[in-house]
Write a protein that binds this ligand. Structure first.
Ligand SMILES: O=P(O)(O)OC[C@H]1O[C@H](O)[C@H](O)[C@@H](O)[C@@H]1O
Length: 428
């Protein structure tokens, strides 16, 4: 992964090279704390050890019974779905991958009706083993399988923590179970069983994902100028502190669209605390050049734009044409056009003083995704250290979970009272 922060300097909000140089001493301290956390396998930091500690053979063996499946359906939400979705949606496979995260009944029904459940492996993922959306969707999937005359227990495996309803269910029905590694929060779990099992069923080279991640880990160093991950984390932090409270994250590859979703969870849930943080906005190049870019270039001066692309991709030529005014396109390729658009957007933002960062990988393949995923995790942790935030907690998300559970009669939660006490001012 390469991080080019040249265009992050000298814009509005203003960040100077001197400012970054000054921050570099804090990056050195942050790096020490991160290295200590990794060495101690401390909660959260241990996620950065996954390139070494994840066991691809164990994952491959666990999913071997499902190798002939036509599709893999992952039932999970948040960190228990987005990592696997990033890998599966980023890479080509003959085995289809589907994800049930939301509990929209229409979507769930439509998806289940469209699948051949007799040829579908079901991967139920929940670290806590108690998440209402995941367990509800699983109960619905199980019923649909039974209705279709499918032995659900033959086609289901779980990925979960040591305790909880899902662990109990796996024990009761003797389902294959993969363990979520201890101390790894969901949004940092993509390089573990949580993110890699579905990719393994799809036949992807999960060792290469880990190798890409390991390469990025080896480049963590005590200076932001030596580590692409810290360069991104430190620059984002410095800009946010100066007013760039929005991070418009814009990959130029359809295959990276889910990666932007994964990034949004990582950045928002980890760094949105104590009145601080940087709001991730998901965009896709070149599509959103024709919509959101207007705001990024000419709207409030409160943004960092992150442009991400592979430098190599399978290309497709644009046919020659004698259509008037279009001859300049003939003989070019879609890839050349996309690259030109990327560079034009970058220049256009810079000309308007909008700070932007360029992140590149060689290709969207297993290795490249491993680099990006690890790189963004390390960037996020670095940002959290610099801002002195508790990167690995999510009290605000837990609040809503408790409120919803209380409303459904799942226990006594003070948070549910707040929902009942909602102020109303209805206009009809
Ligand atoms: O894996 P689970 O325990 O089911 O949790 C799934 C998700 O739940 C919550 O919303 C957390 O804030 C997320 O970080 C987590 O990834």
């Amino acid at each position: 992964m390469h991080t080019d922060i040249g265009n992050a300097l000298g814009g509005d909000p203003a960040l100077t090279r001197d400012g970054l140089d000054e921050l570099d001493a804090d990056v050195a301290t942050a790096h020490e704390r991160i290295a200590d956390g990794m060495a101690d396998d401390a909660f959260g930091y241990t996620a950065l050890n996954l390139p070494e500690t994840a066991d691809p053979d164990r994952i491959r063996n666990a999913v071997a019974p499902f190798a002939d499946s036509e599709a893999v359906l992952t039932v999970g939400i948040g960190g228990s779905a987005l990592g696997a979705a990033t890998l599966c949606n980023g890479l080509e496979s003959e085995t289809d991958a589907y994800f049930l995260d939301n509990v929209d009944p229409e979507h769930t029904s439509r998806l289940l009706d469209s699948l051949d459940l007799s040829r579908t492996a079901v991967n139920v993922v929940s670290n806590s083993g108690t998440t209402a959306e995941t367990l509800s969707n699983f109960l619905v999937v199980r019923e649909a399988m039974a209705d279709a005359g499918v032995d659900w227990a033959e086609q289901t495996f779980v990925t979960t923590g040591p305790e909880g309803n899902l662990r109990n269910l796996a024990t009761k029905h003797d389902l294959p179970a993969l363990d979520v590694p201890e101390g790894v929060p969901g949004r940092f779990s993509v390089l573990s069983t949580v993110g890699l099992a579905a990719a393994a069923i799809q036949g992807h080279d999960i060792e290469a994902v880990l190798a890409g991640a390991a390469e990025e880990r080896d480049r963590l160093a005590g200076s932001l100028y030596d580590s692409p991950a810290y360069a991104y984390g430190a620059t984002s932090y410095a800009l946010a502190e100066r007013g760039a409270v929005t991070n418009a994250f814009m990959p130029y590859a359809e295959s990276l669209e889910t990666f932007a979703e994964w990034f949004a969870q990582l950045w928002a849930e980890s760094l949105g605390k104590d009145g601080r943080g940087q709001t991730p906005a998901r965009a896709l190049g070149a599509t959103d050049q024709h919509s959101q870019l207007q705001l990024y270039r000419a709207g409030p001066r409160d943004k960092l734009v992150t442009l991400v692309r592979p430098t190599e991709r399978a290309d497709r030529g644009i046919p020659e044409t004698d259509l008037e005014g279009l001859s300049y396109l003939g003989g070019q390729s879609l890839g050349t056009l996309l690259d030109a658009e990327f560079e034009a957007t970058e220049a256009s933002l810079t000309a308007a003083n909008c700070p932007n960062v360029r992140i590149e990988i060689d290709r969207v393949d297993e290795r490249g995704l491993g680099e990006l995923l690890f790189g963004m995790e390390a960037a996020c942790i670095c940002y959290g250290e610099l801002a002195d935030l508790s990167t690995f907690t999510q009290p605000a998300v837990e609040w809503g979970k408790k409120a919803a559970r209380g409303l459904l009669g799942g226990g006594e939660f003070a948070e549910a009272q707040a929902v009942r006490g909602k102020d109303r001012l209805v206009v009809e």
